[in-house]
Each structure stands twice: as C-alpha cells, then as structure tokens.
Design a protein around this ligand. Structure first.
Ligand SMILES: Cc1ncc(COP(=O)(O)O)c(C=O)c1O
Length: 428
C-alpha cells in the first residue's frame, strides 16, 4: 500500500489496483487448511495453569476459620473467609457478600428469577406483575446477559454504550416507562468494549432506581473483570455500593463477580453482593435449589489466593498483554488512517471491540470463516443477535497462541480491507 489516506479518497483506479492485490492475497489463503479462532473469550492454557496450585493446597485441612467442616452440607452464604475474598474483589463489606457456587451467571439467573416471580424485597413487588417487563441493554454488550434476559421473556431495550459507560440520558429517558425494571452493567473493562464507567456514570447509575418510574428497578452490576488489569496503570472504578448508600438505593443494586477468569474457568467461586434484605431473599430461594455451595472449593480458593491476589493477576496480565498488544499492532499497521474501521484499546478485561463500516460485519465474518478463521457471529453483541448497523465484531485474543493470533489478525485485516474497498467501489 502506498498511502494511508482514507480509502474513500483514493482514485477509483488506485483503489481498483489495490483491491486486485488484496483479492489475490485472499484467494491465496483459500485451501490453506487453517483452523484459527478469535471467538473464544476464555483464558489460555498458560493462564489456567497458573492456578494448578489449587490442587492439594488444603493438605488435608478442611476446617474453616470458624470451625466449619467444609466437607459437609450447609452454609448457604458461604464460609466467612470466602466472603472476605469476594469483599476484596468487589470492594464491598463482607457482610454484604454471599460466596456461592461456581458460576456468577447462575446467580444472575437466580436474581432475575427472584425479581420476576418470587420477590427480591420480601414484599409483593414482582416484575411478573407487569405485562411486558423490560431491561436496558447498553450495546454492544455481553451476549449471555441478553440470552438470560430473553430466556425469562423479558424484553431488552438497547441503549448506546459510550466510552465512559452507558448513555445516561438515554437510560433516564427509558426509565420513565414503569415496565423498565433494570439495566445490565459490566462496569470495569466492559464486555466487549473494554471501557470502564466514569465516576459520574457510576453515581448516575446508582441514583437511577430513585428516579425510575418502576419501584422495583434493579441495577445489575456484573463486575466480572474487577481485578483483570493488563497494565500497572489500571482503570479505577468508583464504588457503586457507596454511591447507592448515598442515594438511598442500596436495595436496588445487585453486584456479581467470580474467580472464573482468576483461577480455573468454570471451577471457581461466584459472588453476589447487595443489601441484607436482598441477600436474605436470595438465600431463601437458593436454599430450595441447593443445600449449600462447594465450601471445599471456597476454602481452596481462599488458601490459594490469600494475600497474593494482585500478584496472581499480574501473572495473568504478563501472559495476556502481548496478545492484546499484537491485536493493536496489526490493526494499527494494516488499518490506521484508512477510514474503514475503529477498535478499542482496553486496559483490561478479555475483549477488543471492532467497528467496521456499516453493512460489512456479517460479510467480513463470512469471508474470514471461508478461509479458516472463526469470529464471534455478527450481531452477537446486540439483543436478539441483531446489530442494526451490522458493524460490530467482538475480538477475543486470550485463548490462542501469539502465532495463531498473528495469523488470525492478518486474515481479519485483509478481509476488512477487501470488503471495504469493494463496498466503496460499488458505491462509486
Ligand atoms: C461480563 C461477564 N460476566 C460473566 C461471565 C461468566 O462468569 P461465570 O463464569 O462466573 O459464570 C463472563 C464470561 O465471559 C463475562 O464476560
């Protein structure tokens, strides 16, 4: 390429010449038997191996601080030291934290089910009393939040996600409707944009239940990436717990976190935090679902992470940083200045969010697929899988090796350039 001018400003002839070269390169990839994947938002093998010390850490001592034998039933709120670990992760008093089973997603399921049909506040406020309850979905967002909500027949209302968090003007306007019952938030290193909510947005979200028309509005605060910093200079997140206390909305903010991407994914400990009233209601209903969480695993996690959570996360960052840097380097080298894509540069979390020119995401994903690169399906970051502008692609660079990511990024950027040049020429 001879110029980094926006492709739209190239002469038709120059662009045609360049397109032929890109098309030739793309044809050359065909049949290369590649099996590359940028869709898996999970830790790599090296990362999960960091926590193999969990195995055997108890050395035969199963007794918790307060004398509880963790090998036996009971203790729905979790052992005290695991709740303290959750408190450290989430920056909340341990009294407001419940340490549960292996998955925060399953606790989100419990919270939605409870809000819908059973009651979060031990009174008669149920979302199911409303004909068509709705939840706000900042977009692009986390696909599993969307599928969980839709599973309960709750409608999702997309609102824009800005660089400092959800668009609060849109959120406030939407909550004038009493059938709007909540908002999904991934406040630090959001999935997929990587943004961290600003102090103002955190305060505004904490105040939202007070101004919402619904008296059973809930802020669903999924702090999945609370400690997942890539750099020493990390983003800081204001305390929604403190802001909610100040705004008088403590009963209407429910927080989640887990060790899924700290230790072994899917084999860790999940946490839910909220007011005593809400935790009491959740514990009551959880008690129907289970006799108690896996307290042995809770104790293993405490013993393994105690006093070294930061150091452990720094070990993760050392593995992940070069992968995110590689994504940034290839995007910059191949696409900067061409006016055909924008992408995020997160300081933590698991994803990079890529926006291509409207109308091209599905096409680019299909082009990549046919030469052996799997990407997250188009629309996955929007409710009902419907990205109205067909432009967002979620990149997950953690699972593959550096070599695989490099090869995948070369293909992805070639597909973006080719599809964009074809689109521009077709419009001439
Ligand atoms: C925002 C967010 N929340 C929750 C989860 C899943 O958490 P868990 O394994 O605790 O169910 C993920 C996993 O990708 C996630 O990105």
């Amino acid at each position: 390429m001879t110029t980094n001018q926006p492709l739209k400003q190239w002469s038709e002839r120059a662009l045609n010449d360049q397109l032929s070269q890109w098309q030739n390169q793309y044809q050359g990839l065909d049949g290369g038997n590649l099996k590359l994947d940028l869709s898996r938002g999970k830790p790599g093998v090296e990362q999960v191996s960091l926590s193999d010390g969990l195995d055997g850490v108890l050395q035969g001592n199963y007794i918790a601080e307060d004398g509880t034998d963790t090998r036996n039933y009971g203790g729905l709120r979790g052992i005290a030291e695991a709740r303290a670990l959750g408190a450290e992760l989430m920056g909340i008093p341990a009294a407001n934290v419940m340490a549960a089973g292996n998955s925060s997603l399953s606790i989100m399921h419990l919270v939605i089910r409870t809000a819908m049909d059973l009651g979060l506040w031990n009174d008669d406020r149920l979302w199911s009393n409303t004909d068509k309850p709705k939840i706000l979905a900042p977009v692009p967002g986390y696909d599993r939040h969307f599928s969980l909500t839709e599973h309960f027949g709750i409608e999702l209302i997309p609102i824009p996600m800005n660089e400092d968090g959800p668009d609060m003007q849109a959120a406030r306007a939407a909550t004038a409707d009493p059938s709007v019952k909540g908002i999904w938030c991934v406040p630090k290193y959001a999935n997929p944009t990587g943004c961290t909510y600003s102090d103002n947005v955190v305060a505004a979200l904490a105040a939202l239940p007070a101004s919402a028309a619904a008296d059973d509005f809930v802020v669903l605060w999924d702090n999945a990436y609370a400690v997942h910093d890539l750099y020493d200079e990390a983003d800081t997140l204001a305390s929604v717990f403190d802001e909610a206390a100040a705004a008088g909305t403590a009963d209407h903010v429910v927080q989640f976190a887990s060790t899924s991407k700290i230790t072994h994914a899917g084999a860790g400990v999940a946490f839910v935090a909220g007011s005593t009233k809400v935790l009491d209601a959740l514990e009551h209903h959880l008690g129907i679902l289970t006799v108690g969480p896996d307290k042995v695993n809770q104790l293993r996690h405490v013993k393994f992470l105690q006093g070294r959570l930061q150091a452990h996360m720094a070990d993760h960052a050392a593995i992940m940083r070069p992968k995110f840097q590689l994504v940034e380097d290839v995007f910059s080298r191949e696409l900067a200045g061409l006016g055909i894509a924008t992408w995020t540069k997160p300081k933590g979390g698991y994803f990079v969010s890529l926006d291509v020119n409207p109308g091209l995401a599905e096409k680019i994903i299909a082009m990549a697929k046919s030469v052996g690169l799997t990407l997250t399906p188009a629309g996955a970051t929007f409710p009902n899988g419907d990205d109205p502008q067909d432009k967002n692609i979620r990149i997950a660079p953690t699972f593959g090796s550096l070599e695989e990511i490099h090869a995948a990024m070369d293909i992805l950027t070639l597909c973006i350039k080719t599809a964009s040049a074809e689109q521009i020429l077709a419009a001439h």
